[in-house]
Design a protein around this ligand. Structure first.
Ligand code: KG4
Ligand code: ZN
Length: 360
């Protein structure tokens, strides 16, 4: 069985082909075209520009992903596809629409089932993908599982009691952690996207030079808040500027303290959730999962306190937006035939605010 997956939720145009034969998985292709350089000029993502670029890139990227299939003719390559999987939401409506309408068209023309995927589901499953021995996926979830999703748009803890069963047990009440990274980078004049820049500079920062807040670290629930932390960086930076004290080393020190504050909160809430739900597997996902400090500290702390829990941390190439994770999420839906039967083309629309069920 082969799945062609498409992901266009924000500023990446991505396509992937996943092949599943009995229980062996092969990622035939995984192509991502990023617009990051274009948006960097504006200091952040401009939705109209993102959508236009998505339109330009969607067919070249799909054709590149299909090129990895053996047949010479595109018609024959397409015949080898059994399912289409596509991100329906959440994300930017115009970007999402480009991928979704393309997938709908392909499904209609090829007469193949279309599987609609929640982008967050993709991020949660991305750590199962392992590039080893010719792209074989090895990791298997033992349920119940707990996922921490940290991206530019989301910060959440999700409980998975069984396959395809998601429940948000904690989430940010304001900014997502990636958003806070991007805004802090803007305050410190480090460009866009902020995560990689802050992550890099923090390595050279001196610890404990500043004392930023750890919002909601002591609250009994599993929710997060990062906007106060961002504002604290803004006031600290303004104060240092007024005193003519902001220099390269101080900037690095602020980066380290900001990074440590976010990680302290993420770690503390994750540990509380692990104690509460006693999962057998922990999964990390999302763009911020590329942070070396976060990966290392989560791994150290969880393996020390919960040695029985399987920890899956995504390979760097699967942390940001990609279609391989959408293909994998699609695979998990195929057994649930009801989800992919009777597609009503007119009714399927991009869902910019698509969410997962919440814990009541
Ligand atoms: O998952 P993603 O690619 O897009 C969304 O679904 O939002 O996440 C993008 C976010 C950006 O906010 C970016 O600054 C952050 O991931 N990011 C990082 C790192 N690399 C990317 N944050 C911290 N450390 C990094 N190394
Ligand atoms: Zn994402």
């Amino acid at each position: 069985m082969r799945i062609l997956a498409i992901e266009t939720s924000c500023d990446e145009t991505a396509a992937a082909v996943l092949e599943v034969k009995s229980s062996s998985f092969k990622l035939i292709s995984n192509v991502v075209s990023s617009q990051v350089k274009i948006h960097a000029k504006f200091g952040g993502i401009v939705p109209e520009v993102a959508a236009r670029k998505q339109m330009e890139m969607i067919l070249p990227i799909i054709s590149e992903a299909l090129n990895f299939l053996p047949d010479k003719k595109i018609k024959n390559k397409l015949k080898d596809i059994d399912y289409l999987a596509v991100t329906q939401g959440p994300g930017l409506i115009t970007s999402l629409t480009v991928g979704l309408e393309t997938a709908k068209t392909l499904a209609l023309v090829l007469d193949k089932p279309l599987i609609l995927i929640n982008h967050l589901e993709g991020h949660m499953l991305a750590s199962l993908l392992k590039y080893e021995n010719n792209f074989i996926i090895k990791n298997k979830i033992i349920y119940p599982a707990l996922a921490l999703v940290v991206s530019g748009g989301h910060t959440m803890l999700v409980l998975m009691k069984k396959e395809n069963h998601y429940k948000i047990v904690g989430e940010t009440l304001d900014d997502a952690v990636g958003e806070a990274y991007d805004k802090v980078a803007q305050i410190l004049n480090l460009g866009y996207p902020g995560g990689p820049a802050i992550d890099r500079l923090a390595i050279q920062g001196l610890a404990n030079k500043f004392n930023l807040p750890r919002p909601m670290i002591k609250s009994a629930d599993l929710n997060f808040s990062f906007s106060g932390l961002k504002t604290a960086v803004l006031y600290l930076t303004q104060d240092l500027k007024n005193k003519n004290k902001l220099n390269e080393q101080i900037t690095k020190d602020i980066c380290l303290e900001f990074q440590t504050a976010t990680i302290d909160v993420l770690l503390s809430k994750t540990i509380t959730a692990l104690k509460k739900f006693k999962p057998k597997t922990f999964l990390l996902g999302g763009g911020v999962a590329a942070s070396q400090a976060l990966r290392q500290k989560l791994n150290e702390k969880i393996s020390k306190e919960f040695p029985q829990i399987k920890i899956f941390i995504p390979e760097i190439k699967f942390t940001g937006d990609n279609a391989a994770m959408v293909a994998l999420a699609g695979y998990y839906k195929i057994n649930k035939k009801s989800k992919i039967k009777n597609i009503k083309y007119k009714k399927i629309k991009a869902e910019p605010n698509m969410t997962l069920p919440h814990k009541s």
